[in-house]
Design a protein. Structure first.
Length: 210
């Protein structure tokens, strides 16, 4: 399918503010008249629902079965949401994408580079990856204290330290690392700085978002 839109993935460990930042960026872009789709993984589809059931019982599947579930969920997400929106020239902002699989399933023993290669067989490479960075302790604090949530089986502190280490090692010209420790407004300003050139180049080239 021809890709005319723009795909921006937000990545980082839990509690780095991905969801807040996506909503803030989406608001600005919509005000500019762009057609924006916000979406997330795990999805609410058949595989995403199975993944959520693992939150309290991750050991009920093997690491291979777990990886397969995330890949199936993403295949469905790309086919049903991401690829059609890109074909229509829309801006797609996704809360997690295959870099999360590289980092989280990588922390569970899979080779992160092989995970990325397996994803890129079917998932479009994002135009930009906004990698929100914050110490694991801050992420955990935000999830537990501010959101009032308990940590699920994917979010235990030692596991998250390994996840953060893999996120930190990922390389790619499309990856922008942003300090996620500030307040939402400060982080949003950094996000805007990073996406500005990409948006300008994209609008100059196709004008399809206007
Ligand atoms: P999260 O963003 O917390 O989703 P929600 O709050 O909507 O349930 O993601 C849930 C967990 O899933 C998170 O701890 C990271 C994990 N995860 C993976 O292990 N691999 C993946 O490929 C993705 C997308 C998420």
């Amino acid at each position: 399918m021809e890709k005319k839109g723009l795909l921006i993935a937000f990545e980082g460990i839990d509690g780095t503010g991905k969801t807040t930042q996506i909503e803030m960026l989406a608001g600005v872009l919509r005000q500019r008249g762009l057609r924006v789709v916000t979406t997330r993984e795990p999805t609410d589809g058949q595989y995403g629902r199975k993944i959520r059931q693992l939150y309290k019982n991750r050991k009920s599947v093997t690491p291979e079965e777990e990886l397969a579930l995330f890949l199936d969920d993403r295949r469905e997400h790309v086919a049903q949401v991401i690829a059609p929106a890109l074909a229509l020239g829309q801006v797609v902002l996704t809360d997690r994408y295959y870099y999360s699989t590289a980092a989280y399933q990588g922390a569970a023993g899979h080779d992160p580079q092989k995970v990325i290669a397996a994803n890129e067989l079917f998932a479009p490479v994002p135009d930009m990856v906004i990698m929100l960075e914050a110490p694991v302790s801050l992420g955990v604090h935000r999830v537990q204290k501010l959101r009032g949530d308990t940590l699920n089986d994917f979010e235990q502190e030692e596991t998250l330290a390994r996840v953060a280490g893999i996120f930190a090692d990922l390389k790619g010209a499309n990856i922008r690392r942003i300090d996620g420790t500030g307040d939402a407004g400060a982080v949003h300003a950094l996000v805007m700085e990073n996406v500005a050139d990409l948006l300008r180049a994209w609008q100059d080239n196709c004008g399809c978002g206007l």
